[in-house]
Design a protein around this ligand. Structure first.
Ligand code: ATP
Length: 542
């Protein structure tokens, strides 16, 4: 599995994603999508919309406002209950989600360094001494408040805690932490865990923190309306249920899809674009007859799980996780998460919940407007149940990126390649002139670029040698390069053959095709038919 640092650095270098306000020191909770990133994320959103709205009879779209009437958030339960438990470090003041503190420790710089050290030769020889040496050197920088890094009496304390510890991978380190914490805690329960930032054993008892981001509408603060930036797009859909129903004349079952920005004052944003305070969601509210909800829920779970794999996520990196009863919101009948194996471990990509009739009932009650459906068959009014597949555009984009990342050795050199599905790839085709000083080659390549662009996002690049240009395109996941050379345009020795070379990113194989059939061949390639095209037109490998 690729390291997140590698992904972050590739994203910055090649213009996928930049840190927000970087020239002012940056903001850890927001990210900007650069020239390739915006194309890439737009592709993810476009495919989600196409597959879930345009290709279905039972779905329509909506784009509701970000700021809504404050009562919406009372009715939905967000004002009273949309919070996460947090814990703060008494030594360095950092805050963390209490329910994710162990993950944060696991992924902290000091814990990763400790792990690496424990796998090294020094620890194999004498684990106990290696830990002590580590605490006395690297830990002083990475975790300055780590008890072992501060206490000169550590060897004695360690003996007391029963080192060296035994057990399998995870258990071993957990016990190590627990032992250290108990040394620091001196029996005090509040010091059970260590700070992921500084290593101190002074984390506070968990308390709830609201995730709602307040905002004020109007020029004068005293009279302004206090509301919130929406924490999800779903409520815009529920309050428009009747509008959409009347306008579209849809019959149950049918769904309303929305994509757009949401905001949450997350306690610990992090892991790149995985958790931010401003992010984009892709949410479906699918309304069904009560009694058919369980079947529809399962259908959506299966569909959404398949969707990620259709666009390239490898089977071994994606799974479904059923929510435990005590995890479920009080109104939810069942919830299943689609999880992806991100570099920091299995984490939620999308949540698919059966929300029963909770939302429509709440808004009917708070607004005084009945949000109901008239069942013509049984001549009765009812409140539909809702199935909600709620995905994140940024998290999906990150998962597609991580999954596509490959490093391999080609002719003794490292090749970084993003194996994007052609529909997801930000750039579909790169047209490369073999010689940039040869006017006819450049003219033909530029004309070709302009033609291909009408159908696929195509770039022209002549700023390096052909080998370098190929590597650059590999690194940003461009599925096909088209090279124009002397044979294409002809010279005094030979007439033009009017053919170009297409090179496949993944196999690095090449085919030679006539300019006149380029568009037809490209259309086949975009459908993933390289093998067939190679059989008909293949030439030697790069
Ligand atoms: P988590 O448990 O990770 O906080 P959640 O269960 O609160 O997520 P939902 O309310 O189900 O998330 O939101 C639906 C989707 O929106 C998530 O699956 C995720 O893809 C995306 N999402 C939610 N919060 C964030 C965030 N802070 N940053 C980026 N994407 C997010």
């Amino acid at each position: 599995m690729v390291d997140m640092d590698k992904i972050v650095s590739l994203c910055k270098r090649r213009g996928f994603i930049f840190q927000s306000s970087e020239i002012y020191g940056g903001l850890g909770s927001a990210w900007d999508y650069g020239p390739l990133g915006v194309e890439f994320k737009n592709n993810v959103k476009r495919l989600w919309w196409r597959d879930n709205v345009h290709l279905r009879d039972d779905m329509v779209g909506l784009d509701a406002a970000i700021t809504m009437h404050p009562k919406v958030w009372e009715a939905s339960g967000h004002v009273a209950g949309f919070s996460d438990p947090f814990t703060g470090c008494g030594a360095c003041g950092r805050h963390y989600r209490a329910d994710q503190i162990f993950d944060a420790i696991w992924n902290s710089r000091w814990f990763r360094a400790l792990n690496k050290m424990l796998e090294g030769p020094a620890a194999k020889k004498d684990e106990w001494r290696a830990i002590w040496n580590w605490a006395d050197s690297e830990a002083k920088k990475l975790a300055p408040n780590f008890l072992a890094a501060r206490s000169p009496n550590m060897p004695t304390n360690m003996e007391v805690t029963g080192f060296p510890f035994e057990g399998a991978e995870d258990g071993r380190y957990k016990r190590f932490l627990a032992n250290l914490a108990s040394v620091g805690a001196k029996g005090n329960r509040t010091m059970d865990v260590l700070c992921p930032n500084c290593g101190a054993a002074q984390m506070s008892e968990p308390r709830p923190a609201s995730l709602m981001l307040e905002t004020f509408l109007g020029p004068v603060r005293e009279t302004a309306i206090k509301t919130y930036l929406r924490p999800e797009t779903a409520q815009g859909t529920f309050v428009n249920f009747d509008n959409v129903l009347q306008a579209s004349r849809k019959k149950l079952p049918f769904g309303i899809a929305q994509m757009g920005k949401s905001f949450r004052n997350e306690i610990t944003p992090g892991n790149f674009t995985f958790r931010t305070r401003e992010f984009e969601q892709m949410e479906i509210e699918f309304f069904v007859m009560p009694g058919t909800d369980e079947e529809w829920h399962q259908r959506w779970i299966d569909e959404r799980f398949a969707w990620y794999q259709k666009y390239g996520i490898r089977q071994e990196n994606i799974r479904l996780r059923e929510h435990e009863k005590d995890e479920l919101a009080f109104y939810a009948k069942r919830c299943v998460d689609v999880e992806y194996l991100f570099p920091m471990g299995w984490s939620e990509l999308e949540g698919i919940a059966n929300r029963a009739d909770y939302d429509l009932k709440q808004h009917s009650q708070y607004s005084g407007k009945a949000l109901e459906y008239f069942d013509e068959e049984n001549k009765q009014k009812l409140i539909p149940y809702v199935i909600e597949p709620a995905a994140g555009a940024d998290r999906s984009t990150l998962a597609f990126l991580v999954d596509a990342y490959h490093e391999e050795e080609v002719k003794g050199e490292k090749r970084v390649v993003l194996r994007f599905h052609p529909e997801i790839a930000p750039t579909k085709i790169a047209v490369l002139p073999l010689l940039k000083k040869y006017d006819r080659i450049v003219e033909t390549a530029k004309r070709l670029t302009a033609d291909l662009r009408k159908r696929w996002f195509t770039v022209y690049d002549d700023t390096a040698s052909i080998g370098r240009l190929y590597r650059r395109q590999d690194e940003v996941g461009t599925p096909y390069c088209v090279t124009v050379d002397v044979q294409t345009v002809g010279d005094e020795k030979a007439p033009a053959d009017d053919q170009v070379t297409i090179r496949d990113r993944d196999t690095m194989q090449q085919v030679r095709v006539a300019l006149s059939s380029l568009e037809t061949v490209m259309a086949k390639l975009m459908e993933g038919e390289w093998t067939e095209v190679y059989r008909d037109h293949g030439v030697s490998k790069e």
